[in-house]
Design a protein around this ligand. Sequence first.
Ligand code: TYD
Length: 162
Amino acid sequence: MTILDRRALGPGRRAVDWNPTPVGNGAGCRLVPLPKIADPRGNLTFLEGRSQVPFDVARVYWLYDVPGGESRGGHAHRELEQVIIAVAGSFDVVVDDGAETARFHLNRSYTGLYLPRLTWRELGNFSSGSVCLVMASLPYSEDDYYRDYDGFLAARAAEAAG
Ligand code: TYD
């Protein structure tokens, strides 16, 4: 289901607005500058858990060969933290913490985007040949997903209520 399909479902069912007006501080997400070893032979960037990112990296995965116009994501995680990097090309990440949304355009292989737990995210506007690299704090578990936006909002509300 594309973002436009979700939006057509109505306000109670849709995910974040694909092009929201950024509000506040990035919905709890932040850009993470990574080291860049500039070299005439080609540049090098690295990432070490607990140094450049605030967690031990338990899993790495990457998205590639994304067809034009496609979107990924459309979910939140109960416990998982992530850092997303456009190691090639560019794409947009729209994040939502239940109270505010923000849109990040990632197009540098030396800049990551940190997403804390309980962040709804959608990725889109992938450029041709782009590669989205994701560092994750936990192994894959479907139980960690909120794939229903209303369920995510309820979890956020429950957490805020203590
Ligand atoms: P999903 O996280 O929904 O993809 P995206 O958010 O990029 O749209 O995962 C898509 C499928 O891949 C789903 O069936 C779960 C599986 N998957 C794994 O098996 N291991 C993983 O580490 C990830 C990220 C996904």
